[in-house]
Design a binder for this molecule. Sequence first.
Ligand code: ZN
Length: 137
Amino acid sequence: MKVYFKELTISTSKKLDLVDITYDVERAVAESGIRNGMCLIFAPHATAAIIANEHEGGLMSDILRKIRESFPENGKWLHNRIDDNAAAHLGSAFLSSARIFPVKNGKIIRGTWQNIFLVEMDGPRTYRRIIVEILGE
Ligand code: ZN
């Protein structure tokens, strides 16, 4: 079995935002040379998440609105007493820091309307890391 590890770094421009990383992930899979296996996408951050869904402006706004409604910044969160970013931590905890896709014939399998996004919830940040690790042969 082969293991290919790549670290992407991106910057984000808003407090709450979706950044499409599909192209970067697919490029990493192509670089890996792995034909069949699986691809892990992991954000090593407690205030960001990885999701898969449609890259359509209205839906992207809906997703961000739903995150804000579910985890309001002015909620009476205990963590805000020390860090003032509890909403971002909660979003990360509930959305998940990682997703896995199957890799078949050198490409990830994803739905037509499944792009891969970093969900920024405590931006803007100049330096967000995303790990792409592909296992297979
Ligand atoms: Zn915090």
